[in-house]
Design a protein around this ligand. Sequence first.
Ligand SMILES: Cc1cc2nc3c(=O)[nH]c(=O)nc-3n(C[C@H](O)[C@H](O)[C@H](O)COP(=O)(O)OP(=O)(O)OC[C@H]3O[C@@H](n4cnc5c(N)ncnc54)[C@H](O)[C@@H]3O)c2cc1C
Length: 344
Amino acid sequence: MQEKTEILVVGAGPGGLACATHLARHGAKVVLAERRTTVGDKVCAGGITWGGLIRLVPPDLIERAFPEQHIFTRRQHVTLVEKNPIVATVNRKRLGQWMADEARSMGVTLLTGARVHSLSDGKALIETGPGRQIAVHFEHLVGADGSNSLVRRFAGLQSTAMGIGLNCMLPHRAERMEWHLRTDRFRYGYGWIFPHAETISIGAYIGGPVLPAPVLKQRLLAWSADQGFELDTGAIRAGRVNFDYQGVRFGRIWLVGDAAGLASAVTGEGIYPALVSGKAVANMILDSNNAVAEMAGILKKHRRHQQLLHMAGRDPRLCAVLMDIMVLLFRWKLLDFRVLEMAE
Ligand SMILES: Cc1cc2nc3c(=O)[nH]c(=O)nc-3n(C[C@H](O)[C@H](O)[C@H](O)COP(=O)(O)OP(=O)(O)OC[C@H]3O[C@@H](n4cnc5c(N)ncnc54)[C@H](O)[C@@H]3O)c2cc1C
C-alpha cells in the first residue's frame, strides 16, 4: 500500500500528538504513526506542574494535586506550601487517550500498531502487522519517537547526554508528595513518591551514566524499603531520558520532545517540553512567527538545568553540600521551587 501526506509524525506521545493536532487544526494533511496498539502507555511518574500543564489539561484528568511538597536530604526535611498545587499527577494512558481524541477530531490520520521501521528521503516504510507494510511519502518528517529515536538517528544525530529513570506503580494510597535528594543513594539524582488516585509512583532518576540501571535499581529497592515500601523487582520499569539537545530542524526533518533531547537533565521532566516543542515545531512548519518565542523559555530552562547537573556531577561531596544549600534556600524562601521546573 502507498499513501501520500504533507507531514508524517512518528510517535504518539505528548510531543507527537501536540504537533500533529496543531498542524491539522491549521489545515495540514497529517499522518501520525504509533508503534503501540494503544496510545499513552509510557514509563513515567506522571508529575505535572502548575506553571506547566496543570492549568492546561481538563481537571478530570488530574489524579491528585499537591500544594505541599516534601523535600528530604540526609540532613533536612523541608515542606513547601503554596496556594495553588505545585505539582499534580496524571495517568499517562488517560492523558494520551484524551490527546488522541483531540488529534482525530482535528482530522489527523492516527495509525496505531504502526511501527516506522525504515526511512529514506521522503519515504517511510511502516509495519502495520505481521507481513503487512505501507509506504508513506511525505514532505516533512517529524520525529516524536522518544529518547531512542529512529528519526533522530536518520537525521545523523547521536545522543550522548542521557538520564535513566526507574518507576514502579504500587496499589496503595499515599497522602504526601515527596522528593528525596539522597546523595548517598542517588548521587546527583533523586528518589520520589508521587501519589496517584489509587496508586503510588515510586521511582528514581539520575541524569548520567554514573549509576548504571542495575545499580540504580538496587539503590531504589534499598531506599524504598527504608520508606516502608517493598517493591516487586519485576514491576520496576526503566526508561531513558534524552537531554542531548542539538536543534529541532534538520532540513525537512524535525525533532520534538525526548527525540529532540528537550527533557530536563536535572529532574527528567519531559511532558511539558514535549508539548511545547510539538506545538512550536508545528508552527515552524506552518511558517508562523509564534514558534521562536514558544521555544525560548524551554531552551533557557534546558540550558540552566544542564549547567546545574554539570556542577552537581563534579564531585559527590560538593553535590551533597549544593543540595543542602538549595533546600535551605527553599526553606527560607530565597529560592523558588520553580528552578527545578521546565516551565518558566
Ligand atoms: C521513570 C521515568 C519517570 C518520568 N516521570 C516524569 C514525570 O513525572 N513528569 C514528566 O514531565 N516527565 C517524566 N518523564 C519523562 C517523560 O516520560 C518524557 O519526557 C515524555 O514522555 C516525552 O514525550 P515524547 O512525546 O517526546 O516521547 P514519548 O512519550 O516517549 O513518546 C514516543 C512515542 O513514540 C513511539 N515510537 C517510538 N518509536 C517508534 C517507531 N519507530 N514507530 C512508531 N512509533 C514509535 C513510542 O511508542 C511512544 O508512544 C519520566 C521518564 C521516566 C523514564
